[in-house]
Design a protein around this ligand. Sequence first.
Ligand code: PGA
Length: 232
Amino acid sequence: MLMRTHPPAEWAVAVADAFEAIVDRNPDIRLILPTGATPAPVYAELTRRGVSLAGATVFLLDEFGGLAPGHPQRCHSMIAPFLEATKVERSRYVRLDPDGADLKAACRRVQDALDSQPVDLTMLGLGMNGHLGLNEPGSEADSTTRRVDLTPETVDGAARYGGTGAPSFGLTIGLSTVLASRRVWLLVTGSHKRPILSTTLHGPISAGVPASLLRRHANTTVWCDSDASSPS
Ligand code: PGA
C-alpha cells in the first residue's frame, strides 16, 4: 500500500488535488464514494473549487436501514449536497435502498450495475473496528453487496452524524467489489484512528480487520493525516 501523509491542515487539499486530477483525466469515471466525517472536508474542498462530476457514475458505498428517509444518519442524506454541487446526473447515481420489502433484490440491482463495467476508484473511510463501508469484522474478501448486521459500536457510532434514533441494519457494497476496483483510497484522519490504522497496516491480514485485506490489493493508497499516522 502506498502511504501519503499530510499535516491535518493540508490533508483535504491534498486528497482533493489528486481526486480532481483523476477526474480531469477521466470525466466518465466510475466511483464508489463513502460518507461520514472523514471525507467531509474533501467533499467541501471539491465543492468550493466547483469540480464537476457531470460525466461520472457514482455508487454510494453503504447505507443505514431502520431510519426514515432524510434522516441525518442516512448515508444518502450525507452525500446528497455534494452530488448536487458536483452535478452528478440522477441517472448515474446508484444507491442502496434500505426502505423496500425486498432488500435482496435491491442489493442485486446495485451489484449488477457495479459488475457491468470496472470501478475506477473506490474511496473508503476506516471504521474504528476496521470495517470498510459496512463490511464489519468477519466480512470475507469475496463478499458481495448485501444486508448486514451492525456491530454495537457501529450502531452507537452513527449517533455522531446527528438526529435521534439509531440504525437497525446496514446495506453495503461488498469487499469483492472493493478489491476488484482499479484503485482504492483509504482515507484516515485523527488520532483516534491511530490504533486501528496501525493494526490495518501491520497486523495479520484477516477478515477480522476487513481493512487489512486491502494489503492484498495492488493499487491502494492510504491518505492519512499525521495525527492518524504518527506513533502514539
Ligand atoms: P468516519 O467513519 O469517517 O465518520 O470516522 C468511518 C467509518 O466508520 O467507516
